[in-house]
Design a protein around this ligand. Structure first.
Ligand code: FES
Length: 103
């Protein structure tokens, strides 16, 4: 992913929803945490299950497939079996536009 791409309206991003969007062929999860939009990879780094269908608990998301837990702000693996950190993406807000950039 190069540069920033407009992916959503700010008003469509809430903490109540994990929204999966395609950004230049990369599946990205958009949601809101602590009042700000965040973006992280949809595919678990273990065996590529969808994280966007899981539930966010604070800064942590657990993969439904085998229980890996990631910090969605740092990408850090908090619990295996995954060993590779989760890509997290830069987010900018421009008016009501939400833009996602490189990890
Ligand atoms: S695919 Fe996510 S823990 Fe295995």
């Amino acid at each position: 992913m190069e540069g920033f791409s407009k992916v959503a309206q700010r008003s469509d991003i809430t903490s109540a929803e994990l929204k999966i969007v395609d950004v230049d062929g990369v599946q990205v999860v958009l949601t809101e945490l602590n009042g700000a939009p965040i973006a992280f990879a949809n595919l678990c780094t273990h065996e590529e299950c969808d994280l966007g269908y899981g539930a966010l608990d604070g800064e942590e998301i657990e993969c439904d497939c085998h229980g890996s837990i990631f910090n969605v702000l740092s990408g850090e693996v908090l619990q295996g079996p995954a060993t590779e950190r989760l890509p997290v993406f830069a987010v900018r807000v421009d008016g009501d536009d939400v833009l996602v950039g490189p990890a």
